[in-house]
Design a protein around this ligand. Structure first.
Ligand SMILES: Cc1cc2nc3c(=O)[nH]c(=O)nc-3n(C[C@H](O)[C@H](O)[C@H](O)COP(=O)(O)O)c2cc1C
Length: 303
């Protein structure tokens, strides 16, 4: 009998639907016991998010401060851990970071193979780098990464995802597609569960090789790599300034957040398109190095 632990934190239920699809084939398998656990912060985060609350968590997300998490009821040793997380400000969400920094996680993850599952807008590269660091600190073994991103081009999701987070509205409007990952893509995540089921039956999780390669588990959008790096550099500076301005929800912090939100808006409308144009012009000479970078970020489960 193989024991699989499925851990996740989801606010709207989208990531939970993805996890449900992956778990369904595993739960049908007689030789696999699934333990499905939701990570819960001691103080819940709002959803939909009030504007200032949304930006108030920004520095703590970026600096991986985490938050206190309710103790989980876990009894067994696990053969495989499937960890579902969303990206918050290019970082793993605060509740997932909080759990990974807890004493409970230290025992749970030690020497265990881990499959990460991400469902986010489309900016997850830096978050996954941070996740790799957190898992390394726990002596866990990252064997696979599955990534599902919101439907529509980046230019549309720049509007549809924040609108969804701040109002709870996911519907299509004007020329914008609905927010979130496409239903079909969520449904097709069951193929990963099928593959994991077969792999567990053959003890493949004990090897060092990925179990989900060549299945379209992860596709890196080369155009977003530089954008993420530029944004993250500015996130580190602004997070420090916002933290210095005061604790969460203080007047001082909200003033700096207002300045930051204006800065971010201008940055996205100016520096980001200029950078994309610059990269596009350079792309013929940078083809090889870009392909190598994409290949790096698509590991371990790339095509
Ligand atoms: C505070 C916050 C920050 C976010 N930052 C990012 C981000 O940096 N990159 C990204 O692709 N998505 C980002 N998102 C979207 C989430 O990754 C995710 O798609 C959304 O929260 C829905 O997930 P859930 O309802 O299953 O929790 C953010 C969401 C929140 C609430």
């Amino acid at each position: 009998m193989k024991n699989v632990l499925i851990l996740y934190y989801s606010q709207s239920g989208q990531l939970q639907s993805v996890m449900d699809q992956i778990v369904a084939p595993l739960a049908l398998c007689d030789s696999i016991q699934c333990d499905y656990q939701k990570i819960e912060p001691e103080t819940p985060y709002p959803y939909p998010w009030p504007f200032y609350k949304f930006f108030n968590v920004f520095p703590e997300a970026v600096y991986l401060d985490g938050c206190p998490i309710k103790q989980l009821e876990l009894k067994k040793e696990y053969d495989l851990i499937i960890l579902g997380y969303t990206s918050w400000f290019l970082s793993p969400s605060i509740p997932v970071t909080g759990f990974l920094k807890s004493d409970q996680a230290k025992k749970l993850f030690k020497n265990k193979p881990v499959v990460t599952v991400i469902a986010c807008r489309d900016m997850w590269l830096i978050a996954q780098e941070k996740m790799k660091g957190l898992l390394k600190d726990l002596d866990a073994r990252l064997i696979d990464n599955v990534v599902l991103t919101d439907q529509g081009k980046s230019i549309y999701t720049f509007i549809t995802t924040p609108r969804w987070m701040l109002t709870g509205k996911k519907n299509a409007f004007w020329f914008f597609p609905p927010a979130g990952v496409h239903e079909k893509e969520i449904a097709s995540a069951s193929r990963f569960g099928d593959r994991l089921c077969k792999a567990l039956q053959h003890d493949e999780e004990r090897s060092t090789l990925p179990l989900l390669s060549n299945m379209g588990a992860v596709t890196v959008n080369g155009k977003l790599i530089a954008t993420e790096h530029i944004a993250h550099r500015s996130f580190l500076i602004w997070s420090k300034l916002i933290k210095k301005a005061g604790p969460q929800d203080s007047k001082g912090r909200n003033v700096v957040i207002t300045i930051y939100a204006i800065f971010l808006f201008i940055l996205i409308l100016t520096v980001v398109p200029l950078n994309m144009l610059f990269r596009w012009l350079l792309s013929p000479v940078r083809k090889k190095s870009l392909a190598e970078t994409i290949d790096y970020y698509e590991q371990p489960s790339g095509n």
